[in-house]
Design a protein around this ligand. Structure first.
Ligand code: SF4
Ligand code: SF4
Length: 173
């Protein structure tokens, strides 16, 4: 006799709320097209050097709507280097890297990120750049015949990041 679905402890229930929340962060519900072929793993530097990181497994969690398991302190998501190799390998054009970036953004919205990321956020809030400019950068640009970097419109950037800051503070409370 077939066991009733409600009685089976090993059943995974798809959390469509999480899938919908993620789909709002990226254009289209890309994750739905993942058929778990594993092509994204073969050329992934993070998977090569880490026993924990596997983009196919991340996509499987997302497919089940179990992304909350990834949205934790010291998440493996931060091991992704954003190299886009998985994007080039994926036959389904799922763009796993963009799914992972969106998950990282969800972590950042909740104020959960490692110290190096906190440092980058602080630099960006102060200078409008993720790495500060210095004389060496100017020298290198001159050497390659490039013009000096344009000033950053900090007023506009502040208008954009202030609502994000408030949301992040609220998420921490
Ligand atoms: S994301 Fe693409 S490459 Fe990776 S398992 Fe899914 S379909 Fe395959
Ligand atoms: S972008 Fe991230 S998941 Fe994709 S191949 Fe590079 S390190 Fe791996």
């Amino acid at each position: 006799m077939t066991e009733a679905a409600g009685d089976r402890g090993d059943l995974v229930r798809v959390n469509f709320d999480f899938r919908r929340e993620l789909a709002e962060k990226i254009e289209g519900d890309l994750a739905s097209f993942c058929y778990q072929c594993g092509a994204c793993v073969g050329d992934c530097p993070a998977a090569t050097y880490s026993d924990e990181f596997n983009p196919r497994e991340i996509m499987l969690k997302v497919l089940y709507g179990l992304g909350e398991e990834l949205l934790v302190k010291d998440s493996i998501l931060w091991q992704c280097t954003n190299c886009y190799n998985c994007h080039e390998r994926c036959p389904q054009e799922v763009k796993p890297v963009e799914v992972i970036i969106s998950l990282k953004n969800m972590l950042a919205d909740r104020g959960i990120y490692p110290d190096p990321v906190a440092k980058i956020i602080k630099t960006f809030e102060e200078t409008g750049r993720t790495t500060p400019l210095n004389a060496a950068v100017d020298r290198q640009r001159k050497r390659f015949g490039l013009p000096p970097m344009s000033p950053v419109p900090m007023d506009e950037i502040r208008k954009l990041i202030e609502p994000q800051d408030s949301a992040r503070e609220a998420a921490k409370e």
